[in-house]
Ligand binder design. Structure first.
Ligand code: ARG
Length: 275
């Protein structure tokens, strides 16, 4: 098994990243990414995480799988196990065998959900404390989340996502520690907003900054890494005792992703208390 003595994150270089299909409202084949800039931005994110003490593990990119860079969707890590994704769109389904191979060679036990269920990994399933907050409707199924809760024997709070611009939970919600989370209120229905209010400290994100994927942040200790152009959130983070670090990720916004989507924490998220 991979040594997990410090924060460890899985990333995949953007060699074959591109806007080759349209499966969310941010993607348009008529607005392609710039390959050189994509590489620079990805590398800067990688180097920033390394400078914060993260052990970054790399997955080999694969031609024909342009969204493989978004490792957050590969699965949900739980101890030495990973619940593999079952993607909603056929365009991404080829990623799962590649992800499964990587996890197995790193020593994780891979678990597949029943074949009728869609589930998009850490993109839609985030622990805050011992509770799994679970986004559903656009990509993952609510019943997939209940299946996970039964397997991990934990409380699951399903949150319906109501705005297709915020199609994965990690685009509108980010646990910072067991008591604190960022969220973009209009991405949720009333019931979900009530469920979220169980978290003692909720920091709302403004619409302009939510559209810069402010909620799609990577948390390492008290350091929070995110896209540029979110000054209000940076100020709020400082007020709550966190240290913001911004790095430009516009090339990845074109596919509907940012810092968090490009990473998968392998040793457990900061905010997670695993059952
Ligand atoms: N183009 C990808 C998709 O639509 C982006 C995935 C972003 N990942 C995330 N965890 N939000 O599936």
């Amino acid at each position: 098994m991979l040594e997990l003595s410090r924060p460890t994150i899985l990333m995949c270089p953007p060699d074959f990243y591109g806007i080759e299909y349209e499966i969310n409202p941010w993607m348009s084949r008529s607005v392609p990414n710039d390959a050189v800039k994509s590489r620079e931005q990805w590398q800067a994110l990688h180097d920033l995480l390394v400078s914060l003490g993260v052990d970054v593990q790399l997955m080999e990119p694969v031609k024909g799988l342009p969204d493989l860079v978004f490792t957050a969707n590969a699965g949900l890590i739980w101890h030495d196990k990973v619940f593999l994704a079952a993607f909603r769109h056929t365009a991404r389904q080829g990623e799962t065998p590649v992800d499964a191979g990587w996890f197995q060679s790193a020593g994780f036990e891979t678990i597949s959900l029943p074949s009728s269920l869609n589930f998009e990994g850490a993109g839609d399933a985030l622990f805050c404390g011992d509770t799994l907050f679970a986004g559903y409707f656009v990509r993952s199924d609510a019943s997939a989340m209940q299946w996970l809760g039964a397997h991990m024997n934990c409380r699951v709070l399903p949150l319906q996502l109501v705005d297709h611009h915020f199609y994965h939970l990690d685009t509108c919600f980010c646990p910072l520690d067991t008591q604190t989370a960022l969220y973009f209120p209009p991405a949720f229905d009333d019931y979900a907003r009530r469920a979220l209010s169980h978290i003692p400290h909720l920091i709302p994100v403004q619409p302009e900054e939510a559209a810069r994927f402010a909620c799609n942040a990577v948390v390492v200790g008290h350091d929070v890494v995110m896209n540029t152009g979110c000054p209000q959130l940076e100020a709020d983070l400082i007020k709550h005792g966190f240290t913001p670090h911004s790095t430009p990720l516009d090339e990845f916004l074109k596919a509907g992703g940012s810092a968090k989507c490009l990473t998968l924490r392998l040793d457990g998220e900061e905010a997670a208390v695993w059952p």
